[in-house]
Write a protein that binds this ligand. Structure first.
Ligand SMILES: *Cc1c(COP(=O)(O)O)cnc(C)c1O
Length: 483
């Protein structure tokens, strides 16, 4: 399998190159040249597999330059009961006939679904750096509003040839900041700054877009534009849907609906891949919070990223996104995988601020209609109502991100539906503290490593919200093997 850029014009890359490069030169995103497919008899076999066996089966065709045995070892080392607390890795929880089933994706070390990809990516980085791929070390610079930073830190802590620098705004929740700042490994550098998540992201882009600096320091990225993250997420769409079929004694041809709380369009893109690869999925439901740029695209046919000032604060901060960085991969499919045309559409965002179905060719319009993603929005009120209702009826407390998926799936009256549970409610207790019934259950039980974080030793650097200051900090602390 080779990888090409959504904007074309780039020599095809191998898997390891795509993992290390992150973004394609010229601003495109890497995509596999073809999409592997599984037949119904394959699915029949896959039903009996453990999570790591399934992951190996699904990931193998995407990887062209890691020996199969090594890849299998990497996967077995990542998806363990020790790291995820359960050998199922992503357990499916039945909430009775009134509610969609819940696919619990938050059993990893930092209690959000991002662990599933970032635990694997950390191990991949380590493998590539310690073998003959031409890379010896890596400095990672990332920005986070909460979940990505901790998941990336837990995926790379203690790895010798990697240093990781994570910027977060001062208003990150105490719990999420604690998950990062209490990691004392020498290769981890936590930075806190004034401003908001967008400020951090802007600084990250400014530092990373300096090509000379980037190559001198071997600067890598862990955001969801990295292909390996999307790839690793495809697995749980298969795992969840096959398990649902088993529980209901459906045959493999019986298709399901999957609802996905969405922000950067990474997770649901993995679902789209899974569907095209033959997973028993009929419909994907995209759920947003009030920052509904993506829902507007699928409902009204206009993709118009918001200005940063338009951002609305909600109880689901990891989905407060005004521009979805993975959406370009969907645009690429819409154009029939035409790099020049994708570039043209993406450039309309710079020139006129949006593109719409009106701008589409007939084929593109057909794709838009045929490949329908059902989309909807949940307000803060909808979210707290659905959390309360599900708690009262089932005793299960879901987090506000997961609740957006539940709200939209229930509004659309989806049958045979699975909702992805993207984070544990323990991460978002502030939002739960207002909800009747639920608030009496607080504080929720914390894992031992996350208890009393206030009084634990921390290592965190205060930095001004300034590109040069961050660059100087990296120069001072980066790993450099060849001066
Ligand atoms: C990151 C995140 C999301 C959004 O996922 P995307 O891949 O950006 O669409 C949803 N819920 C939680 C808890 C997250 O951390």
């Amino acid at each position: 399998m080779k990888y090409i850029s959504t904007r074309g014009g780039v020599e095809p890359r191998s898997f390891s190159q795509v993992v290390m490069e992150g973004l394609a030169p010229g601003g495109g995103l890497f995509m596999p040249e073809t999409i592997p497919a599984f037949s119904e008899s394959d699915l029949e076999r896959m039903k009996g597999m453990s999570y790591p066996e399934l992951a190996f089966t699904i990931i193998k065709p995407f990887v062209d330059d890691i020996p199969e045995d090594d890849l299998e070892d990497l996967i077995n080392k990542t998806y363990t009961e020790k790291a995820f607390g359960t050998s199922e890795i992503t357990p499916l929880v039945d909430l009775g006939n009134k509610y969609p089933a819940l696919l619990d994706l938050f059993e990893g070390p930092t209690e959000a679904f991002k662990d599933i990809a970032l635990q694997f990516l950390g191990n991949l980085f380590e493998y590539i750096l310690s073998n003959d791929y031409g890379y010896t070390h890596l400095n990672i610079l990332g920005a986070t509003s909460g979940d990505t930073g901790s998941a990336a830190i837990y995926g790379t802590r203690g790895k010798e040839s990697i240093r990781i620098f994570i910027m977060k705004p001062r208003n990150t929740s105490i719990y999420q900041a604690g998950q990062m700042d209490t990691v004392l490994d020498e290769n981890v550098f936590n930075m806190t700054m004034d401003g908001n998540f967008d400020t951090c992201q802007k600084i990250m882009k400014a530092v990373s877009s300096d090509e000379e600096f980037k190559s001198k320091y071997n600067l890598g990225a862990i955001n969801s534009t990295n292909w390996a993250r999307v790839m690793a997420q495809i697995v749980y769409y298969f795992a969840g849907s096959l398990r649902y079929q088993n529980n209901k004694r459906y045959d493999v041809g019986h298709k399901l609906v999957i609802a996905v709380p969405s922000g950067n369009y990474g997770d649901i893109l993995a679902g789209d891949f899974a569907k095209q690869m033959g997973a028993p999925i009929d419909t994907l439901i995209l759920a947003t919070n009030e920052n509904k740029v993506l829902a507007d695209y699928f409902n009204r046919g206009i993709y118009k990223p918001w200005k940063k000032e338009q951002l609305i604060h909600t109880t689901s901060p990891s989905m407060e996104i005004t521009l979805a960085s993975n959406f370009e991969r969907k645009v690429f499919w819409t154009t029939g995988c035409d790099g020049d045309r994708t570039k043209e559409l993406m450039q309309m965002l710079d020139t006129k601020g949006y593109f719409s179905v009106q701008d589409f060719t007939e084929d593109e319009r057909n794709y838009f209609v045929r490949d329908k993603i059902i989309a909807g929005t949940a307000t803060v009120k909808n979210v707290s109502d659905v959390i309360q209702r599900i708690y009262q009826d089932t005793g299960v407390i879901i987090d506000p991100h997961t609740a957006t998926g539940y709200h939209v799936a229930m509004m659309k009256e989806a049958h045979d539906c699975i909702c992805l549970a993207t984070a544990s409610p323990v991460k978002f207790e502030e939002a739960l503290s207002e909800i009747p019934g639920v608030k009496d259950k607080l504080p929720l039980q914390k894992r031992p490593e996350y208890q009393n974080m206030e009084s634990k030793p921390k290592r965190v650097y205060e930095l001004p919200e300034d590109v040069d200051a961050v660059r100087d900090f990296i120069v001072e602390h980066a790993l450099m093997l060849h001066k």
